[in-house]
Design a protein around this ligand. Structure first.
Ligand SMILES: [Zn+2]
Length: 387
């Protein structure tokens, strides 16, 4: 590897640290950038020079809020430029399509959710999603040709090489390449990724892990998956399916999993499994929402079952934490709202991870809830479309 290219990679990483900090905290002085990134004054000054030359940042005296200083000139700040145009995020979940139209910094302009059954027919769902993008853009007062790119969440692992969904998960989508199909309907670049990866992007950019560069986002819902951010970038792996935490084997001869293996963690902790474990003890159908309400009221059975699930998830996460040494673990998905589950993940990580690794880790609830995938889809579109 020639020396020059590794040096350029380092500069690129450092430029990204600066733009990430500006995106998270808004305009700031060069001195603030030195403090926030840990880079030297000389390096920050040189990289800011690069970013001004490439049009990614500008100098300004406007902090976006009133200047508090007394007399004298306001300090010269560095700010990200806001490129023209808008992007859209499309979240295709198992029972809904959610669409957000946002500016090039990710600020939402309009958003809408339609409840539809997306599983049986991928093509009809994508027709519906394309129509929603046009209608939500209209509602935001955005002319059609202002749309620059679309980020899209698909509710299953996506193979980066074929751009198709993983096998055996959504039969009605089997022959489709979702990004290519939506691109054909809308005429702009479309970038697709799975819900755990986009949840990670969303919580790092706008939620519970804002400003952190080494983050694991675990989504606990109808499935179990993790999105991994390392050095500020999403780690997708060779084929895009890194973080398949749900398919860590925990019972040698356990229940057969939808992936074809036996005893996967997901077979023990998915929302449907937990509801079926709890159901016999309750009258009337038990939904996740109802179980969370019961937990809040102090129901011992729900607390016990959610806590046991958290211990099993935390045991698997402890190994991942030992390998990656993350700063933040964000617990998202519908069951991420359960304090019993989160507390148990924390206990298991403390028990099974190397002590210094556990001590360095914060375990927090996701802040974006059901909006995480669509916020992540907007972030993906903005990250990929360039300036
Ligand atoms: Zn499995």
């Amino acid at each position: 590897m020639p020396h020059g290219s590794s040096l350029e990679r380092l500069r690129e990483t450092n430029r990204r640290a600066i733009t990430t900090l500006l995106a998270a905290d808004g305009p700031m002085s060069r001195a603030d950038l030195v403090r926030g990134t840990g880079l030297s004054r000389t390096t920050v000054s040189s990289l800011v020079g690069d970013l001004i030359a490439s049009g990614h940042v500008v100098e300004t005296t406007d902090r976006g809020r009133p200047h508090k200083g007394g007399s004298g000139r306001p300090p010269l700040l560095v700010a990200l430029t806001v490129p023209a145009g808008v992007v859209a995020g499309v979240d295709v979940g198992h029972g809904h399509v959610r669409v957000a139209v946002a500016d090039r910094r990710g600020g939402a302009l309009a958003e809408r959710t339609d409840g539809i059954d997306v599983d049986p027919d991928g093509a009809a769902t994508l027709d519906h999603a394309a129509r929603m993008v046009r209608e939500v853009s209209d509602a935001a007062g955005v002319p059609a040709d202002d749309l620059r790119a679309v980020g899209m969440c698909v509710p299953a692992p996506l193979d980066r090489r074929s751009a198709r969904l993983g096998t055996g998960i959504l039969p009605g989508w089997r022959e489709l390449s979702p990004a290519e199909e939506l691109h054909r309907r809308l005429g702009v670049p479309v970038f697709a990724d799975n819900d755990a990866n986009l949840g990670a992007l969303a919580e790092v950019g706008h939620g519970a892990a804002k400003g952190s560069t080494d983050v694991i986002y675990v989504k606990v819902a109808s499935g179990l998956g993790a999105g991994i951010v390392l050095g500020g970038r999403l780690h997708r792996g060779t084929t895009g399916i890194a973080g398949e935490l749900g398919h860590v084997q925990v019972v040698e001869d356990g229940q057969v999993c939808r992936c074809g293996n036996r005893g996967c963690l997901e077979t023990l902790v998915s929302a449907s499994r937990l509801m079926s474990v709890l159901q016999p003890a309750y009258d009337g159908e038990l939904s996740v929402e109802r179980a969370l309400a019961l937990e809040e009221d102090g129901d011992a059975g729900v607390r016990r079952v959610f806590s046991d699930a958290g211990l099993a998830i935390g045991r698997a996460l402890a190994d991942l934490c030992n390998s990656l040494n993350p700063e933040v673990l964000v617990v998202g998905g519908s069951l991420g709202a359960s304090p019993s589950l989160r507390d148990a993940i924390r206990s298991a990580v403390d028990r099974y991870a190397q002590p210094d690794t556990a001590a360095a880790l914060r375990v927090v609830a996701g802040q974006l809830g059901k909006r995480a995938p669509v916020v992540g889809a907007v972030s993906l579109a903005n990250a990929r479309v360039g300036v």
